[in-house]
Design a protein around this ligand. Structure first.
Ligand SMILES: [Cu+2]
Length: 434
């Protein structure tokens, strides 16, 4: 078993040399420490809250037991001064992250997030690996965090003009010529979409949210909605090259608009020998369902005017939707319908899904995901299998301001026996009403 101690506390965050803000950090740093884990090895994280407010840790993407998911559906909030022990055994290799699931829009913006890397057997061999956690900061004129709230932030989600890689504004990265690196890229921003480009040069996608894909896919850009991850092979480049690690223009139908913006500069130094060994076949991902499988649930995401709040962010017409339970072992095929005129990143807790189609079109390659972007006025069909981890789970938009406004659904995963019990209780209740 591996034990990790981690503490959330107030800290001074130097996001650019000589420029600091009052922030929160796991172990006082932003991002928090990278937690390294191995498939099948039990992990125990002893978490202490030294913040002046309650918090939790959600293990984003990890297939943990329900009680370890870190939401207030499954645990009491960890109060200031308290310790909570998270225990789980990671079943999958991949690039994951951890962050609070309480007062999220503020706590993440203030710096509470970190990477969790799970390693397995048979990973490609690369010359160097790095984790790049992307984020942005919205500051006021004095260089401190701008106030939270307002209609634009409620509509768009919070985006700032300071663009960060691993907690530093537009840093310089150096790599050796002739080498191949594996970059594990995590978009930890509250709302920003990153259409990632590395100076327009080709890179190879080898993994997504749920680990390796079947074979490397060459691309010159990839879209990372908020909370999404991608594993890519970068290089080889030649000595003296300088590449802009940037986000290309992406219009997600917000009030604010952005062009191409830089996140980091990559400088290529003298050549080093390469030992990289990338198999043509990375792993097998069996199809969970036929591409035209019939859906057994529809989840409608919408945005509408509200007299009291200005705007409402809804699932199936309500805030904090209570959805029907699903049964362990029963294949789920869901149509996620985005009725709104803007993009939303849909996140399912605790389970991976396969995207079957977006507006009837299959994706470019099969993968395991826990986040998928929902384009405006679209239908995304996903398939997932509830394995035997009963309890309370949720799905939500990962634009944190939309999530907090109620664009989420709660549901139970139940074993067959408890489903029967629930059904019969429901019938009895129903009977009494008549
Ligand atoms: Cu949203």
């Amino acid at each position: 078993m591996k034990t990790v101690e981690i503490e959330a506390r107030q800290t001074t965050w130097e996001y650019r040399p000589g420029q600091t803000i009052d922030a929160y950090g796991y172990d006082g740093q932003v991002p928090g420490p990278i937690i390294e884990a191995r498939v099948g090895e039990p992990l125990e994280v002893r978490f202490t809250n030294r913040l002046p407010e309650p918090t939790t840790i959600h293990w984003h993407g990890l297939r943990v037991p329900a009680a370890m998911d870190g939401t207030d559906d499954v645990q009491p909030l960890v109060q200031p001064g308290e310790t909570f022990v998270y225990r789980f055994t990671p079943p999958d290799a991949g690039t994951f992250w951890y962050h609070p699931h309480a007062n999220e829009a503020e706590q993440l913006e203030k710096g509470l997030y970190g990477a969790l890397v799970v390693r397995g057997d048979g990973e490609p061999i690369v010359d160097r690996e790095r984790v790049l956690v992307l984020d942005d900061l919205k500051l006021d004129r004095r260089g401190q965090l701008a106030p939270f709230g307002g209609l634009k932030q409620r509509h768009d989600g919070r985006e700032g003009d300071v663009r960060l890689v691993n907690g530093r504004a537009e840093p310089e990265l150096r790599m050796a010529a002739g080498q191949i690196e594996r970059w594990r890229v995590i978009n930890a921003a509250s709302a920003r979409y990153v259409r990632l480009s590395i100076g327009g040069r080709p890179f190879r996608i080898i993994g997504t949210d749920g680990g390796l894909i079947e074979q490397p896919v060459t691309a010159t850009e990839v879209l990372l909605p908020a909370a999404d991850r991608i594993d890519i092979l970068v290089g080889p480049f030649e000595e003296g090259e300088t590449l802009d690690v940037q986000a290309l223009r992406y219009l997600r139908m917000t009030m604010g608009r952005r062009g191409t913006e830089s996140f980091a500069t990559l400088r290529v130094g003298p050549a080093e020998p390469s030992v990289a060994l990338i198999p043509r076949r990375l792993r097998e991902i069996p199809a969970l369902a036929a591409l035209d499988a019939a859906p057994n649930r529809t989840v409608k995401m919408s945005v509408g005017p509200s007299l009291r709040r200005g705007l409402d962010f809804l699932v199936n017409g309500e805030r904090h939707h209570q959805d029907k339970p699903v049964r362990v072992g029963e294949l789920q095929v869901w149509d996620i319908v985005n009725k709104s005129l803007m993009d939303h990143p849909f996140h399912l807790h605790g389970f991976f899904f396969q995207v079957l189609s977006v507006n009837g079109q299959p994706p470019a390659f099969r993968s395991w995901e826990d986040v998928v972007n929902l384009p405006p006025r679209s239908t995304t069909r996903i398939a997932w299998m509830p394995d035997d981890r009963p309890g309370n789970w949720m799905y939500h938009c990962h634009i944190l301001e939309h999530h907090e406004a109620g664009m989420m659904g709660h549901f139970a995963v139940a074993r067959e026996d408890s489903m029967l019990q629930q059904t019969s209780q429901h019938q009895v209740h129903h009977h009494h009403q008549h």
